[in-house]
Ligand binder design. Structure first.
Ligand SMILES: NC(=O)c1ccc[n+]([C@@H]2O[C@H](COP(=O)([O-])OP(=O)(O)OC[C@H]3O[C@@H](n4cnc5c(N)ncnc54)[C@H](O)[C@@H]3O)[C@@H](O)[C@H]2O)c1
Length: 248
């Protein structure tokens, strides 16, 4: 999708961090954005600051763990903008602990937002993008944890691996039906946001990569070279296991 001007987008988790930076970047290109977030107060402030800058934004409080609410947000985007072209499934949370010590509630809470939230987004936004009948793009924000497991990040790592797999399958499914809709999965490194105040990458740099990924239909989006060596070693270890297959 070369031109973003006049396109309609929805962004989840848009009140802060990467989601807010994406809303800023998309509206700077002339797209209209439905900003959604669980935190209604922060969302209202974020949307007001963009509106003050004459950006075309609407705000809708939304919990991505609620499938019916995500479907209603998709309808709201179509009602307000007359269609939907871009969906950015970005909302996320994290927790930490040894895999066997985290409670099942800890696992469920992170999977509900980071994996089910994206599944809800795919189920709700993709049919509206297809119904709009124009070029479209889906952006799913995963993490380096999608390709590089880190200790004490079990639920997050499982969820982000799921988002990577979901994005690949979604791309294949859209290709199979000939839909002009691209899919990008974003794997940011440590980004300076509320989730990760020590992060070294600025959210604006992640957003710039996301806009470029939409324009050029980039399937995989990294934001820095962080952990590249360990990702390569892991993939090589997986592939080298094929040499060790016992066949008789
Ligand atoms: N910051 C990093 O280092 C980093 C690295 C890799 C990936 N990511 C991913 O980037 C995405 C954005 O995170 P961020 O770093 O900007 O953090 P952030 O905490 O600044 O933003 C996350 C936003 O999601 C919202 N949110 C949380 N639960 C929600 C729910 N149930 N429904 C709707 N909104 C909800 C929060 O209110 C918040 O505004 C997440 O998916 C995160 O996993 C972040």
């Amino acid at each position: 999708m070369k031109k973003l001007e006049g396109r309609a987008a929805v962004v989840t988790g848009a009140a802060s961090g990467i989601g807010l930076a994406v809303a800023e970047a998309l509206t700077a290109e002339g797209a209209a954005v439905l900003m959604t977030d669980l935190d209604a107060d922060a969302l209202g402030r974020a949307a007001a600051s963009l509106r003050a800058d004459r950006r075309r934004v609407e705000a809708l409080p939304l919990d991505v763990t609620d499938a019916a609410a995500v479907a209603a947000a998709a309808d709201a985007a179509v009602t307000r903008f007359g269609g939907l072209h871009i969906a950015v499934n970005n909302a996320g949370i994290v927790n930490r602990g040894l895999a066997w010590e985290l409670s099942l509630d800890d696992w469920q809470r992170v999977l509900a937002v980071d994996l089910w939230g994206v599944i809800h987004g795919v189920a709700a936004f993709v049919p509206r993008i297809l119904a709009t009948g124009e070029e479209g793009h889906v952006v799913n924000v995963a993490s380096m944890a999608a390709v590089n497991p880190v200790e004490r990040l079990g639920p997050y790592t499982v969820a982000k691996h799921g988002v990577l797999g979901l994005s690949d399958v979604l791309r294949a499914d859209l290709f199979a039906v000939g839909a002009p809709v691209g899919v990008s999965v974003v794997m940011p490194g440590a980004t300076r946001t509320g989730m990760n105040p020590q992060g070294t990458v600025e959210p604006g740099a992640v957003a710039a990569n996301i806009v470029d990924a939409i324009r050029r239909d980039r399937p995989y989006v990294f934001t820095d070279g962080h952990s590249t060596g360990s990702v390569r070693r892991r993939l090589e270890a997986i592939l080298s296991a094929r040499d060790q297959v016992i066949t008789s």
